[in-house]
Design a protein around this ligand. Structure first.
Ligand code: SF4
Length: 406
């Protein structure tokens, strides 16, 4: 059975990260997952990511115990289930962090920072905690759904980054140091380029890392980017995957079809979906989700402009045209036979199947598409039976089409 040995190292890396957050030794900043982590880290903050906690609540299937708590205090059950599960978990005073890492709860923030490049929901979510903890909050609001980001737009975001500095100085007790910022951006860039290479190993015919593996191994690039630890982790993971490639080892050596996953993971059903695709000889080799932490524009020589540009240019913040161009390129690069869109009930922002894009992209590329309904955390919106039937039928059709062409 194919296993990625680095998984054990990854568990230790993530365990050490959570224990350092819980130690209380350093100031803590909360940050959105594609927020200004490098700037925060340059002030010496430990950086905590509530979305990572949301994913943990989804993966442990405890989210459904907590969402009703948030609903009781006025949040709709139809808004971002990371938000409602995380707020509900706080209100109930329970978290899987206790069982897994011995933490009493999320670390108390000294500063909260968000970037609405992904969605405006994070502003409401983080605003709730800023009030609860009586903590300063700073936000970046870049232009949304950009086609090509203009210099004027980048300048606007740079100014917003710079406006964060006094709040960071006050909360951290440290003066801004441009050289430290450059160093963090350099480390972040090196880790993100390694992560990109990790993902691209699966352009090979026998792919060594699946989308489902990727959702696990992306932990350090989300929570530890800008550190040597993350860089070392991805250097080792890449070395292992390249060795596997050289030996012809992969997660599904006899795959009949190659699939692209679009949209959020369904955290509580990763194993079920991974087995379902594997049982149908379909290798899910790439995704927009895992690729969202590739910031190849980072440049320590121009840390403000390059981070502002990279965080504004992320997939979720692009126009339909830009998204279709990116997807069409990935289809070619990864040799994709079909794309599965996860239309997530509570994440409107990261669901691209609501306004006809699957049809338009299929017409343009010829790559067949399937839309399944579900949710990132709230499994009441996911029907395992219906989705299994839809996926199996889709995969059969793909195989038939491929054999007809051959
Ligand atoms: S992008 Fe979606 S899942 Fe992520 S915080 Fe925003 S609404 Fe929630």
């Amino acid at each position: 059975m194919y296993k990625i040995a680095s998984t054990e190292t990854m568990k230790k890396v993530m365990g050490d990260y959570f224990k350092s957050l819980g130690s209380g030794d350093n100031k803590v900043a909360w940050c959105t997952s594609v927020g200004p982590a490098e700037l925060l880290r340059s002030f010496g903050f430990e950086v905590y990511f509530p979305e990572n906690h949301g994913a943990l609540l989804g993966a442990t299937r405890s989210a459904m115990d907590y969402i009703p708590e948030a609903v009781k205090c006025g949040y709709s059950g139809h808004v971002c289930s990371y938000t409602t599960a995380d707020i509900g978990s706080y209100l109930k005073g329970e978290t899987p962090l206790s069982k897994h890492y011995g933490m009493a709860g999320a670390p108390k923030p000294d500063l909260i920072a968000y970037n609405t490049n992904q969605c405006r929901e994070v502003q409401d979510w983080f605003g709730f905690f800023a009030k609860e903890f009586g903590c300063p909050i700073v936000g970046i609001q870049p232009p949304r759904h950009v086609d090509q980001t203009s210099q004027e737009e980048v300048d606007l975001v740079v100014a917003q980054f710079k406006r964060m500095i006094p709040a960071c100085e006050n909360a951290s007790g440290s003066k801004f140091d441009i050289d430290r910022f450059r160093e963090v951006v350099r480390l972040s860039k090196e880790a993100t380029l390694l992560w990109q290479k990790v993902l691209k190993t699966s352009t090979a015919p026998i792919a060594p890392i699946s989308f489902f593996d990727g959702t696990i191994h992306m932990g350090p690039i989300v929570v530890l980017r800008g550190t040597q630890v993350a860089k070392d982790y991805y250097a080792n993971l890449l070395e292992e995957l390249e060795q596997n490639l050289a030996q012809g080892k992969g997660f599904l050596p006899k795959a009949k079809t190659r699939i692209f996953w679009e949209g959020m993971p369904i955290w509580g059903k990763l194993r079920m979906l991974s087995d379902l695709f594997a049982d149908n000889a379909a290798a899910v080799v790439a995704s927009t989700y895992c690729s969202s932490w590739v910031f190849d524009q980072f440049d320590e020589r121009d840390p403000f402009e390059s981070t502002a540009r990279a965080y504004t240019d992320i997939f979720i913040n692009r126009s339909e045209k830009a998204k279709m161009d990116m997807l069409a390129n990935w289809f070619v690069e990864y040799g994709i036979d079909g794309i599965v869109y996860h239309d997530s009930k509570t994440c409107f922002n990261n669901s691209n199947a609501k306004f006809g894009m699957p049809q338009r992209l299929r017409d343009r590329t010829g790559v067949p598409a399937l839309v399944i309904e579900g949710d990132l955390c709230d499994l009441r919106f996911f029907s395992e039976g219906q989705s299994t039937t839809k996926i199996e039928t889709f995969l059969e059709q793909l195989e038939d089409q491929k054999s007809a062409v051959i």
